[in-house]
Design a protein around this ligand. Structure first.
Ligand code: MN
Ligand code: MN
Length: 478
């Protein structure tokens, strides 16, 4: 290094410096390489994203939001008995929890489709089927956590309740409490430090028991009547007045507990966004917008899928292991009189999901040369998995090459990333389920700090670059 510096003195680059420039990989901070105009575009795009994430805290709300946007953009619900022509805009809803949106291309799906898939479920606390109980004059709701959470992060902060209840007469009621300024909120209590001597010595995994993640929902008894469970009775009375439900209606409900706060800019420079549920709505929104914003008629049919159940392994009929996506492809393949299997084989997919951004406070779990960083753009992840690439689709060199070339020539700021050190842990995405359908697929998405916590952090530039990446993927004619 010193020798190079000396050679630099006369204003000329040394041979080593020139060679280094042409051969070595460079990492540039996004704000430096992008310039102010693109940064402003990113900031503006993220205002729309913040609005989305505040209104779409559950998979049902995300799907409802996306349908509303799609309808406003001229998309209509897919009808099996209708014929579609190039340029037609359609959407298909799966049980209110997953959504497929598509624009029919000039060649339809004869040569395959271009697909972006993201998930709209996030880690949270689900209400148990028989949840309401009273103990020591407090009313609580039992929960069963959903997805990978650190339990201690969910105590002692404002929480809201979202979901749907199917009543005994078959009618349904939607619930959302804790988001409006005037709404009450809920919480999980935690032990005061003064009495937590034993708790504080426990490993994080054990310090908070799952059965202790009960939600505090009331403390005032029904009138002054005598009898047992008067606090619980009072809560049931309130719920009955507001929603017309009785206790057994909890059995046929999907109620989810999520943080009650809204998305906020993070940092004096407002360069980041802190919010609940970036994973993976921070990729769902760009996937949705890239399709809705598409101008003209694409060569191949372009498709965005918003899936459910990723956080618990993509099982269930709204997750990507379900056949609903395959059935949809079969239905649109029929319009072109082609075999849907050949459509899948020729299709390309961006599995849009987040990756773990390098966190200097926990640097030991990352391989710095193979990590993604905040503000370095959309992250392309060749493989996820754990314990020696177990449980990943591992994108091919050819497909990595295609995507890399596409992003480079369209000036999309991008980086590569791996999910931490090989022995540190790991995880998976939807990519492998797409690969199982014989689709060419790679993971792209936004680097996230504090992933799976109630307050995840992303960079605005990275969100925008993920949108750009999906955008150019859809626009590319081959
Ligand atoms: Mn995810
Ligand atoms: Mn996740």
């Amino acid at each position: 290094m010193l020798i190079d510096k000396d050679n630099f003195k006369n204003g000329k680059k040394s041979e080593a410096e020139k060679l280094r420039e042409s051969l070595f990989m460079k990492r540039t901070h996004g704000t430096i390489s992008l310039g102010e105009e693109k940064q402003n575009k990113a900031d503006t795009f993220c205002e729309g994203y913040k609005n989305f994430i505040d209104k779409a805290k559950t998979e049902r709300e995300a799907v409802a939001f996306a349908i509303d946007m799609a309808q406003k953009a001229g998309f209509t619900e897919f009808d099996l008995n209708k014929n579609y022509k190039p340029g037609d805009k359609i959407y298909y809803v799966n049980r209110e929890k997953a959504l497929i949106i598509a624009i029919i291309g000039r060649s339809g799906v004869k040569h395959g489709a271009k697909i972006a898939v993201a998930h709209v479920d996030s880690p949270r606390l689900d209400i148990k089927p028989n949840p309401l109980y009273e103990i020591s004059d407090l009313a609580l709701l039992k929960t069963h956590y959903y997805g990978g959470i650190k339990k201690y992060q969910w105590t002692a902060m404002p929480l809201s309740l979202h979901g749907k209840i199917i009543k005994r007469d078959g009618t349904s009621v939607d619930v959302a409490v804790g988001e409006d300024e005037n709404d009450p909120v809920f919480c999980v209590t935690d032990l005061l430090p003064h009495l937590a001597k034993e708790q504080m010595t426990k490993p994080l995994q054990k310090a908070i028991e799952a059965e202790n993640l009960s939600i505090l929902v009331g403390s005032r008894p029904f009138k002054t009547d005598s009898g047992s469970e008067l606090v619980k009775l009072n809560i049931m009375r309130i719920l009955n007045e507001k929603y017309g439900i009785i206790e057994s209606d909890f059995l046929s409900a999907e109620l989810e507990i999520v943080p009650a706060f809204k998305a906020k800019d993070v940092g004096f420079d407002r360069s980041m966004i802190g919010a609940y549920g970036h994973d993976d709505r921070v990729c769902a929104y760009p996937s949705l917008m890239a399709l809705l914003d598409y101008k003209g008629i694409p060569e191949k049919t372009i498709i965005t899928v918003l899936a459910d159940k990723e956080e618990i392994g993509s099982d269930g009929n709204t997750g990507m292991k379900s056949a609903f996506f395959r059935y949809f492809i079969a239905d649109i393949a029929k319009l072109d009189k082609v075999d849907y299997r050949r459509v899948l084989t020729k299709s390309m997919c961006l599995s849009a999901d987040v990756n773990a951004a390098f966190d200097p406070l926990y640097s030991t779990v990352y391989d710095q040369a193979n990590s993604c960083y905040l503000n370095n753009g959309v992250v392309i992840t060749k493989y996820t998995g754990s314990g020696g690439k177990y449980g990943t689709s591992d994108a091919s060199a050819e497909f990595m090459g295609y995507i890399r070339n596409l992003l480079e020539k369209n000036d999309v700021l991008w980086q590569t990333g791996e999910l931490g050190k090989v022995d540190a842990g790991g995880g998976g995405t939807i990519a492998k389920y797409m690969a199982n359908l014989d689709v060419n697929v790679v993971d792209v998405g936004v680097p996230v700090l504090s992933m799976h916590s109630p307050f995840e952090v992303v960079s605005k530039i990275d969100v925008y670059m993920t949108y750009k990446a999906i955008n150019v993927f859809f626009s590319e004619e081959n």
